[in-house]
Design a protein around this ligand. Structure first.
Ligand SMILES: Nc1ncnc2c1ncn2[C@@H]1O[C@H](COP(=O)(O)OP(=O)(O)OP(=O)(O)O)[C@@H](O)[C@H]1O
Ligand SMILES: O=P(O)(O)OC[C@H]1O[C@H](OP(=O)(O)OP(=O)(O)O)[C@H](O)[C@@H]1O
Length: 280
């Protein structure tokens, strides 16, 4: 089978997935939107809704797809080989009207729950032995509780603004979600290059390349402060024996937290550069 990868044709995942592929050196200008196909470096990318990509992946007609945790769960792909991509983070929640006296999921036994994720919802309630009627929906969920049709909804929450606007309150947090690259079990080795490049690009986002000058007797203190990829590269400075140059790769978040400590150990000439690819 041709190596085919589902790419979001629109929606929340598309822009970030294209940014990631661009970062990983793929020519994203070839992507056109819905139903378009482009073969880049031996991989055929097909642009489609993430849900459709999940369905085709399940049917064995895609090798891999850029989807999300919630969609993977809905299409029973949660156990397939996958990489979390660290963006489009949200929570799948059970929510009800904010004036509803029912506080826990079990209080909704016998009720009606509307959702875009019927399989996940059925499984979640069944695992807790709570009997509810799940109504699958395609359109907006928020109004169905106010209209008195549903007792609760299962939807994604990012900022919580949609829930608040619709006077809904979270009853239970069901799943943490984010964008995810999922591939079929039998595709090991086929997508090595794509996976390697995505991994290196994701890793690079978390790290910085740090250059600084430090007294040679403070090098131990420096390596204690940062546990980089390996020990720092140390180079002499022309006509100076009181300082050496040290180069190391550090966690981006770590760098900002430790700038003060760097100064304290006598580091000067500190320069932090973004990394483009990191392969430990
Ligand atoms: N508000 C949000 N914040 C962060 N991530 C979100 C948010 N809404 C959705 N997502 C994530 O993005 C994924 C894709 O959402 P999107 O609405 O683009 O596709 P969809 O649900 O399949 O919609 P459609 O049915 O319109 O194609 C979701 O599965 C979810 O993981
Ligand atoms: O907690 P918030 O930051 O408000 O985000 C949550 C909302 O985002 C998603 O909808 P989206 O905005 O993609 O559009 P939709 O309502 O048309 O599905 C999701 O279905 C929620 O409604």
């Amino acid at each position: 089978m041709t190596t085919r990868v589902g790419l979001p044709s629109r929606g929340r995942l598309r822009d970030e997935v294209l940014r990631l592929l661009d970062h990983a050196g793929f020519t994203v200008s070839a992507f056109r939107g819905s139903d378009a196909r482009a073969t880049i470096e031996g991989v055929e990318f097909i642009e489609m809704r993430p849900r459709d990509a999940a369905a085709w992946l399940r049917a064995g007609r895609l090798t891999a797809a850029f989807i999300s945790t919630d969609i993977a769960l809905e299409y029973d792909l949660a156990d397939w080989p996958a990489a979390d991509l660290g963006f489009a983070r949200s929570d799948l929640v059970l929510a009800a009207r904010d004036d509803d006296p029912r506080r826990e999921a079990a209080d909704f036994a016998g009720g009606v729950v509307a959702t875009h994720m019927p399989n996940v919802t059925e499984r979640w309630f069944a695992a807790r032995d709570i009997d509810v009627t799940v109504v699958p929906m395609g359109g907006a969920l928020e109004g169905v509780c106010a209209a008195g049709m549903a007792d609760a909804i299962v939807d994604l929450r990012e900022t919580g603004a949609s829930l608040a606007r619709n006077r809904l309150r979270v009853v239970a947090e069901m799943e943490r979600c984010q964008a995810r690259f999922v591939r079929s079990d039998d595709s090991a080795g086929i997508l090595t290059d794509l996976e390697l490049r995505i991994g290196a690009a994701l890793d690079a986002r978390k790290r910085q390349y740090l250059l600084l000058h430090v007294p040679p007797d403070r090098l131990d203190a420096l390596t204690e402060l940062f546990h980089g990829l390996a020990s720092p590269t140390v180079m002499p400075l022309a006509e100076r024996d009181d300082l050496v140059a040290a180069h190391l790769v550090v966690e981006r978040s770590d760098l900002w937290a430790k700038l003060g400590a760097l100064r304290e150990l006598g580091a000067t000439g500190i320069v932090a550069l973004p990394t483009d690819a990191v392969l430990p």
